[in-house]
Design a protein around this ligand. Sequence first.
Ligand code: ZN
Length: 124
Amino acid sequence: MFEIKVSAEFEAAHRVAGYPGKCDRLHGHSWVVEASVIGSKLDNLGMLVDFKLVKGRLRELLETLDHRMLNELPAFENINPTAENIAQYVYNEMKKAEFFNDNAKLKYIQVWESPKSSVIYTED
Ligand SMILES: [Zn+2]
């Protein structure tokens, strides 16, 4: 089994509405997002899936969140844009990518809202 990981970053503001503390106030993070892809078979080049494709799709997705007030985006209309909900959103969008198949599968999305705090979302 192989597992490849790529990561990318975006900067965005959010607030955790209803949080009993400072996080209820508008503030920003430099978010880091990692995508993990697993599979057991390699193609004839010896790759599970081209890093470039995974990174490209991840960057494209994060571009839609970059320098935004996350609470105002349709994806977070009725839910707080917490690291958990961002991870689930990115996972669900990412898994639509055409390079995933019966062999190469999205395993998880990990989102760091600070260097010491992260969340992993997976369907398993
Ligand atoms: Zn925050």
